[in-house]
Ligand binder design. Structure first.
Ligand code: GLN
Length: 485
């Protein structure tokens, strides 16, 4: 019986009914990864340790978690003890961490099996996975098309049915946008819900880990395992973690959904607009009603993000100096030369661009004009959300302005073109709010995503609204043909 395209819930039932054993399931996953090697989803496989862990997982233990024996893939910016962690950068191409990130550790402690580390945009900077040192990832729906980014390898591995779920990180949309482009479900939790310890930092005040899976229900299973306070991350929240599966079946009668007036959808492809209108009708039939809301400062999200994120990255990436981590250039004259050559050779163009912008924005004389100003605008955006959530439960937008595009077609001449991809996703990172992307149909045979944004710590509402939508539609069941792979 094939395990490809099965959800966690389905695999759990197969394991519990002894239709397959944990070691067999893990081997199936490794086989699928090999079969679809050309997708380029994985940077490093974890065959030896993954096999060993699958052989020792005890499914008869009555306290065994839902994740016991379930194969998962981890984005290659989560440190994994003894397993190469590259951030898809040359500068970390040989880095083997001495510890495991809390988010991954929690998943492994629940009995899941890490089968490998997934390809991504270098240091999570990008929206197409094209900045990876390890090459492009193909979208399983169409060869030669991007899977989205930066968690493109994770999204493609889940979409191709190699693993039922994977981890990602989202600084400005990197879980939701690739989930949308690959036709799967991806959740960015509230900032602080999941520990960032052991995640290689891009922009620390925005980065957040989260799950990519085939269904909202499976995202809830992963979120249950990954969430919680961690004394090793000072920004991790101490709030109680509810059981995210508990209220997932609540009826949606009376749910108030806000549509953001400032996002002019009439500029989008008419088919993308049509999918959005269809989904509104589905929600209306489920008892929800829509109101138009105004977030007057939201149109400043993209420039605000592209000031703050590079500023934080220029500081975070200063640790990669050729001395302490990873790549070190050869033929060095002196210390300065070592820094310059190691960083020039170790980082790719997009990372260098961000470091330059960030260093400029933080420099004396420009700090107030750029960084401080951006932080002030960020506060205004957050206040807009606080106001709006007094009168609506959730907000609904498209996840991305368009579907997946061809390799080398966007942002090559003008990076801003690619930055505009993040129009709908970035504001929830700036405000620290949870948001989810669920598939809601296709345009020209490529998946389209629907985004729901929730109030602070209300992942339960997002998962409930997404799960009920998925119980009443079949968009999440669509599978890529994987033609040509
Ligand atoms: N596309 C955005 C960027 O390049 C977001 C990336 C992310 O969420 N990691 O910064």
């Amino acid at each position: 019986m094939s395990v490809q395209f099965k959800s966690i819930t389905e695999l759990r039932a197969m394991l519990d009914n002894k239709l397959i054993s944990a070691p067999e399931l893990t081997q199936e996953s490794f086989q699928l990864a090999k079969k679809y090697k050309e997708l380029n989803c994985f940077v490093t496989m974890n065959e030896e340790l993954g096999t060993k862990n699958a052989n020792t997982v005890d499914l008869n233990d009555k306290n065994a978690s839902t994740l016991a024996g379930i194969p998962l893939a981890q984005k290659d910016l989560f440190c994994t003890e003894g397993l190469r962690t590259t951030c898809s950068s040359k500068i970390l191409a040989n880095f083997i961490p001495p510890y495991t990130a809390t988010a991954v550790k929690k998943l492994e402690d629940a009995g899941s099996i890490t089968i490998g580390k997934t390809n991504m945009d270098e240091f999570a900077m990008g929206s197409s996975n094209e900045t990876s040192y390890f090459g492009n990832v193909h979208n399983p729906w169409k060869k030669g098309y991007v899977p989205g980014g930066s968690s493109g390898g994770s999204a493609a591995a889940v979409s191709a049915g190699i693993v039922p779920a994977a981890t990602g990180t989202d600084t400005g949309g990197s879980i939701r946008q690739p989930a949308a482009h690959c036709g799967i479900t991806g959740l960015k939790p509230t900032y602080g819900r999941i520990s960032r310890w052991g995640m290689i930092a891009f922009a620390s005040s925005l980065d957040q880990a989260g799950p990519l899976a085939r269904t909202a229900e499976d995202c809830a299973i992963l979120l249950n395992a990954m969430s919680g306070h961690d004394s090793k991350d000072t920004t991790s929240l101490s709030s109680n973690v509810p059981d995210f599966l508990e209220d997932i079946n609540q009826p949606l009668d009376g749910l108030k959904i806000g549509i953001i007036k400032e996002f002019d959808l009439s500029d989008l492809d008419s088919e993308v607009q049509a999918r959005f209108e269809d989904s509104k009708k589905i929600y209306e039939n489920l008892g929800a009603h829509f109101v138009e809301v105004s977030l007057p400062n939201i149109s400043a999200s993209v420039p605000t993000y592209y000031s703050i994120a590079p500023a934080e990255c220029s500081s975070n990436l200063s640790r990669f100096d050729g001395v302490r981590f990873g790549y070190r250039a050869e033929d060095i004259d002196d210390l300065n030369d070592l820094y310059i050559k190691s960083r020039s050779e170790g980082f790719g163009d997009e990372v260098k661009r961000r470091i330059l912008i960030g260093t400029y924005a933080l420099s004396t004389g420009y700090y107030d004009a750029y960084y401080k100003k951006a932080q002030q605008v960020r506060r205004l955006i957050k206040n807009d959300f606080d106001n709006i959530f007094q009168s609506v439960d959730i907000l609904m937008t498209p996840t991305s302005p368009n579907t997946a595009f061809k390799f080398d077609s966007k942002g090559m001449q003008n990076p801003v073109e690619l930055y505009l991809e993040d129009l709908f996703t970035i504001s929830s990172n700036l405000a620290g709010l949870p948001a989810i992307s669920i598939p809601h149909g296709q345009v020209n045979s490529l998946p389209v995503g629907l985004q729901l944004i929730g109030n602070f710590l209300r992942e339960d509402q997002l998962l409930n609204a997404s799960h009920i939508f998925q119980q009443n539609s079949d968009f999440h069941l669509a599978q890529p043909s994987l033609e040509g792979f």
